[in-house]
Design a protein around this ligand. Structure first.
Ligand code: FES
Ligand SMILES: [Fe+2]
Length: 330
């Protein structure tokens, strides 16, 4: 379960994507996950398998803050407890449960922890400016045909800007790219690292953060306006990544203006897509298997940590037999 991506917090959706009436099914690192809102409106997540016959709960509906399986109507709450088994008023509910995943909703984003068996040792962290009243968080998803580690390294890559994005966000670097020197600084942070660049010794505007493991924050604030682009590279499976492209801003905040920002971000993400999808092998290899330059520092830092902490990880498959016990067969 959650192969290569176990025991981490990942954003899996924006708050605005999850209503109260319908569950939302997603795929996270090869594991199906269902999101829904409980009676209090809190976001909840379960492994998207009904403990009865393995059906996807996300095909069902939400009633009384529980997700109801479409097959025989078993109802599961946000803790994974089965709270109703139709036709069986004598069902021993305490012995029946699905697998709940720790879930948090912060700054317009829904985070899920990728291990139903072990409690997380820390809470997810976001840029605190996103928590300010009046900040609008919006975005969209697109799927890239690549491993999430390739997508993530692309997000942390400064030197590609004047090449892949020569007419958009890389325009300002275009003329300098042939002869100038780029220096990248990466400062350690509790949540990852903060990077910024200087070109021929001149510090450039903007900064790019890694929020471990799979989110990039690009700070484009200036002139008294806050604007943060954040992209989460959500592993779908070994060959597909859902890019959740989002932004927080404190100007032009009515939701009907989201499309203006989405159009621009779609264009930029589209510029990267073809190039990144052509990377071979699909998953990042050990650093020694590719050739690198000094300006690959942020991606190499990511790669080092990826191999140290995540590659090959998985959430335990062996649930206690208690969880597996079904209704007694009569
Ligand atoms: S499979 Fe879900 S209730 Fe039977
Ligand atoms: Fe890019």
């Amino acid at each position: 379960m959650f192969e290569g991506f176990a025991r981490v917090w990942s954003v899996v959706a924006l708050s605005e994507e999850l209503g109260r009436a319908k569950p939302l099914g997603i795929e996270l690192a090869g594991t199906p996950v269902v999101l829904f809102r409980d009676k209090e409106g809190r976001a909840r997540a379960l492994v998207d398998r009904c403990p009865h016959r393995g059906v996807k709960l996300s095909l069902g509906k939400v009633t009384d803050g529980c997700v109801e399986c479409p097959f025989h109507g078993w109802k599961l709450d946000g803790e994974g407890h089965v709270c109703h088994v139709p036709w069986n008023p004598d069902a021993k509910l305490a012995t029946l449960s699905g697998l709940a995943l720790p879930t948090r909703e912060i700054a317009g984003q829904i985070f899920v922890y990728t291990d139903p068996f072990e409690a997380p040792s820390q809470e997810p962290m976001v840029d605190e400016r996103l928590l300010a009243p009046g900040v609008r968080v919006s975005g969209f998803s697109i799927v890239w045909e690549t491993h999430w580690s390739r997508a993530m390294e692309n997000m942390l890559d400064w030197p590609h800007l004047p090449y892949v994005h020569r007419n958009t966000i890389g325009r300002g670097m275009r003329d300098a790219s042939a002869s100038a020197r780029m220096d990248i600084t990466c400062d350690d942070r509790p949540w990852g690292f903060h990077s910024h660049v200087a070109i021929d010794g001149k510090p450039q505007e903007g900064s790019l953060d890694l929020r471990w493991p799979n989110q990039m924050n690009l700070d484009l604030s200036g002139k008294g306006r806050f604007i943060l682009n954040f992209v989460t590279c959500i592993p779908v499976d070994a060959r597909r990544t859902r890019m959740l492209v989002a932004m927080g801003r404190d100007f032009l905040t009515p939701s009907w203006l989201d499309w203006v920002f989405n159009v621009a971000n779609r264009k930029i993400a589209g510029e990267d897509k073809l190039v990144v999808e052509s990377s071979f092998p699909v998953e990042i290899p050990a650093a020694s298997e590719e050739q690198s330059a000094r300006t690959d520092k942020p991606t190499l830092l990511f790669r080092k940590r990826y191999f140290a902490e995540l590659a090959g990880s998985r959430a335990g498959e062996s649930e206690p037999s208690e969880r597996r016990r079904a209704l007694p067969v009569l």
